[in-house]
Design a protein around this ligand. Structure first.
Ligand SMILES: [Fe+2]
Ligand SMILES: [Fe+2]
Length: 167
């Protein structure tokens, strides 16, 4: 049983974000499945999850930059922290054959994503919707305030990124 499965409570009614998030859920499950076969297969699947996450976070970061978020906003900062951990876990497995952190990070990533999607990403989806933002063109139907948003855009920020499991 994977740590994370797609469900209606993860859907944000934002087609492009939901598609990306479903892919994240599938790649996370595929990594856990591969890890059960062998560490090497797990690492290969995990590298695909990391590559997908680079694009996933990059897409949301670009949308935030285009719609009035300041560059150091907490949503983008959390993306950077999580990606740094994910890449370090991959490096330890690839370069030092230390697969322990890789095994431990999967349930943590699942738990983190569940909260992140339902808080920061949900707030971003609402924000984009309110502005009439078109992901295909980057255009908004309503005026965007310049560099004004430093929080995640929601009523509250989601908890910090998962602990660094590589230690
Ligand atoms: Fe996301
Ligand atoms: Fe996000």
């Amino acid at each position: 049983m994977p740590s994370l499965t797609w469900s209606a409570e993860l859907a944000l009614d934002h087609p492009q974000m939901d598609t990306t998030h479903q892919e994240f859920v599938e790649l996370l499950a595929a990594t856990e499945h591969a890890l059960a076969a062998s560490p090497e297969a797990g690492l290969q699947a995990y590298e695909a999850l990391v590559a997908h996450t680079v694009a996933h976070f990059g897409q949301e970061d670009r949308w935030m930059a285009a719609t009035g978020f300041a560059s150091g906003n907490c949503h983008g900062t959390q993306h950077a922290q999580v990606l740094q951990i994910m890449q370090e876990v991959a490096r330890l497995a690839r370069e030092q054959q230390d697969f322990g952190p890789l095994g431990r990070v999967m349930p943590e990533l699942a738990a983190w994503f569940r909260v992140h999607a339902q808080t920061m990403d949900a707030a971003l989806a609402t924000h984009l919707d309110q502005l009439g933002f078109d992901p295909a063109t980057g255009a908004c139907r309503r005026t965007v305030a310049a560099e004004s948003i430093t929080g995640c855009g929601g009523a509250s920020c989601s908890p910090a990124a998962p602990e660094h499991t590589a230690a």
